[in-house]
Design a protein around this ligand. Structure first.
Ligand code: NAI
Length: 262
């Protein structure tokens, strides 16, 4: 029970990494507020948690909308009297070159991945400052640490998330608030399987090509990111702030198999 009696909010918890994290947070004893644009998906996460005797509620939220984010955070604060953990996880991507990215795709990518994190910080930080504690986890990506052709705009957003998280850690550490970001590699979720591999001419070949770039020689599972989120959220990480934690099978520390060795 690493998160016993903690009140947590997870955005984008209707699917993938957010849903796995919501289930694990609840299993570890947290009350989870599932926030997602997609009501049906969010309610399914809540039902899954309740079926395992966990505590969860749903609030429909668009992370790109300041009114929605303010309402989400204010409602949770009024209902529970505190917010211990904020996991700004919602995100999306388009796989396309910079020149082929439309202005609308730029806006959606930046607004969901970066502005959504900014709004989460903006509204939760004053509450955590007043209570003198809190752990915030912001979802970045290995694509926020190094370039990935086809994900240029996404990289710009995720790189922004990493530096915004470090800035928040630096500004609010003295109030007992920790802020870290997570940098997953390729994780098997609907985003990866439908929006990325699913759009390739040969998804199986693309997956094999991808896998070969990972020192662990495989893709990751949402549970493996969820357990890193639990660690950062928990008191076990009490002296860890301002970090961008790779959960990437070694990808971000590997220059590539430049000359093969047996
Ligand atoms: P997913 O597509 O499975 O789930 C994303 C969830 O966010 C969905 O439930 C969706 O409804 C919700 N969402 C989208 N826009 C929203 C908005 N404006 N407001 C509220 N909710 C919204 O995606 P996945 O793979 O679980 O990704 C979660 C996060 O992890 C994202 O930030 C993504 O960029 C990041 N990530 C994912 C990786 C992967 O390989 N799957 C790798 C690195 C980072």
């Amino acid at each position: 029970m690493q998160l016993k009696d903690k009140i947590s909010i997870i955005t984008g918890a209707g699917s993938g990494i957010g849903r796995s994290s919501a289930l694990l947070f609840a299993k570890e004893g947290a009350t989870v507020v599932v926030a997602d644009l997609n009501e049906q998906a969010g309610m399914e996460t809540v039902e899954l948690i309740r079926s395992q005797d966990g505590q969860a509620t749903f609030q429909q939220t668009d992370v790109t909308n300041a009114t929605d984010m303010n309402r989400l955070i204010d409602t949770v604060h009024r209902q529970f009297g505190k917010i211990d953990i904020m996991f700004n996880n919602a995100g999306l991507e388009y796989f396309t070159t910079i020149a082929d990215t439309t202005e609308e795709e730029w806006d959606r990518t930046i607004n969901t991945n970066l502005k959504g994190v900014f709004l989460g910080l903006k509204f939760v930080l004053p509450i955590m400052k007043a209570q003198g504690s809190g752990s915030i986890i912001n979802m970045a990506s290995v694509a926020g640490l190094a370039a990935w052709p086809g994900l240029g705009v996404y990289s710009a957003a995720k790189g922004g998330v990493i530096l915004l998280s470090k800035a928040a850690a630096a500004e609010y550490g003295k109030f007992g608030i920790r802020v870290n970001s997570l940098c997953p590699g390729s994780i098997r979720t609907p985003l990866l399987e439908e929006q990325f591999l699913g759009k390739m001419d040969d998804p199986a070949a693309a997956e094999a090509q991808l896998r070969n770039h990972y020192p662990l020689n495989r893709l990751g599972n949402p549970d493996e990111v969820a357990s890193a989120a639990v660690f950062l959220a928990s008191d076990s990480a009490s002296f860890i702030t301002g970090q961008a934690l790779g959960v990437d099978g070694g990808l971000s520390s590997f220059v590539g198999d430049l000359i093969s060795i047996k």
